[in-house]
Design a protein around this ligand. Structure first.
Ligand SMILES: [Zn+2]
Length: 453
């Protein structure tokens, strides 16, 4: 049984709404769970963590990623292209070069970046499952997550139909029958899905996108299968105007209205991006509790636009943040994501659009809501001890009048003094104890050379 006391912090962001958002004092942890927060005296059996000069946040939660892309950063052919051209130039062109080592190295890079920015839970949307693979991507990714100690929600993606974006000089993206996809998801869930409150491993059903990856006749079967298996459903939606144009021309409705006809809305579903929504679609999403994985950096990098996350949040909708794949967001860490989120909405809509507190809420409690994981994302007695302790002892933080918002407003390379997942230390003094950084650097270099060849 772990017994810990985190003391001397400058302040605590709880992730709770309203005035309870901010707290002071110490945090007591018993057996991986938060026992008390406030003015606490140390007890003799406790390990004491000194958070002097630090602010404390709930462990951050990223709700959308493609970790395989962490060895596909800054691919020259796609660096200045919008979504469709970039897909063709980067992940679609390179996917078949992904072997077991490349996937493991990519996952280790991705999760290390997340951990070092204070992230304790990551959702990975993996949509590459090919007969040519001599490995199980779920096993590879879960194994890396286990070795680093982070919570992982594996969103098992895939497609039953080809989007016709392939070219002659690279193999087409893998497709499978719906029956094969659902059987594979079920097997994956039986092996890895742990619905318990302390879970480190969960599985979601996640066809790549309902518009182009599935036949419309399959949509109801997919959501019914997810609900039968008690898994959440995740997918991409309305990332670009192409989604809207396609749905209007083929189905005669905007994407969210079209999906409403197929039961693809509800609190057990979350979509990445949701950039191109009209006000009616935002209302439908908010009133049904359907979640948004807001990915501002990737949307900026690809020139896709700015999602109405602020509008959806004002209506009580479920908004979270995701870093998305590093092939379209080379800064795939949550500190950068929060900072960009805070800036982007203000640049477009004015200084009142989004506060630093809103951004923290989306990156913590919002993520927990979207993932259906109420035991994480907030700091309160009874919650899992997923805790990020950000060290503010760098010049970029000096001079702050409100240090509690410094990780969002000052941003830059975070220095995490401690990061806890369920009370276990996974980052200490800006380093991951279980990671061989020099080896990861040389592995990444070798994989990139092989992919570029
Ligand atoms: Zn994505």
């Amino acid at each position: 049984m772990t017994a810990m006391l985190i003391e001397n912090a400058v302040g605590i962001f709880t992730g709770l709404p309203g005035a309870a958002m901010r707290a002071t004092g110490a945090i007591r942890i018993r057996d991986g769970v938060i026992a008390e927060i406030g003015a606490l005296e140390p007890q003799p059996d406790e390990q004491r963590l000194d958070a002097r000069g630090c602010v404390i946040y709930p462990g951050l939660i990223s709700t959308h990623h493609h970790m395989f892309q962490s060895v596909m950063k800054g691919v020259t052919a796609g660096i200045n292209l919008p979504l469709a051209g970039w897909l063709r130039a980067a992940p679609y062109r390179l996917w078949s070069k992904l072997d077991e080592e490349a996937l493991a190295v990519a996952a280790r890079i991705a999760l290390s970046e997340l951990l070092l920015s204070g992230t304790t839970t990551a959702a990975d949307h993996h949509y590459l499952f090919s007969d040519t693979f001599r490995f199980d991507p779920a096993h590879v990714i879960f194994e890396v997550a286990r070795s680093l100690g982070i919570r992982l929600v594996f969103c098992r993606g895939g497609a039953t139909k080809d989007r016709h974006m392939n070219a002659d000089d690279f193999p087409p993206m893998p497709v499978e029958t719906l029956d094969s996809m659902l059987k594979s998801v079920e097997a994956c869930a039986q092996r890895f899905h742990d619905p318990s409150p302390r879970s480190l491993t969960r599985v979601a059903l996640a066809p790549t996108t309902p518009t182009w990856s599935l036949d419309p006749g399959e949509l109801k079967e997919v959501i019914a299968a997810a609900r039968r298996m008690k898994l959440r459903l995740h997918s991409h939606l309305s990332e670009t105007a192409d989604y809207v144009d396609f749905c209007l021309s083929v189905h005669g409705k905007r994407p969210v209205e079209w999906l409403a006809d197929h039961d693809w809305l509800g609190p057990d579903i979350w979509f990445a991006h949701l950039v191109h929504l009209d006000p009616g679609e935002v209302e439908i999403l908010a009133s049904t509790g359907t979640g948004m994985a807001h990915c501002p950096q990737s949307n900026c990098r690809l020139g896709s636009g700015v999602a109405p996350a602020d509008h959806m949040a004002r209506l009580g909708g479920a908004v979270s943040l995701g870093v998305d794949g590093a092939a379209s967001n080379e800064a795939a860490d949550m500190i950068s994501e929060m900072h960009s989120c805070w800036h982007t909405h203000r640049a477009v809509k004015g200084a009142h659009a989004v506060t630093a507190e809103d951004v923290v809420h989306w990156a913590t409690a919002g993520g927990a809501r979207v993932l259906g994981f109420p035991e994480i994302g907030t700091l309160a007695p009874g919650q899992q001890a997923d805790i990020a302790i950000f060290d503010l002892n760098q010049p970029r933080h000096f001079g702050m009048h409100d240090p509690l918002i410094a990780p969002v407003t000052c941003a830059g390379n975070a220095h995490v003094r401690y990061l806890l997942v369920g009370g276990r230390i996974v980052v200490e003094d800006g380093a991951i104890p279980r990671l061989d950084l020099a080896k990861l650097r040389s592995d990444a270099f070798r994989v990139v050379e092989r992919m570029a060849a």
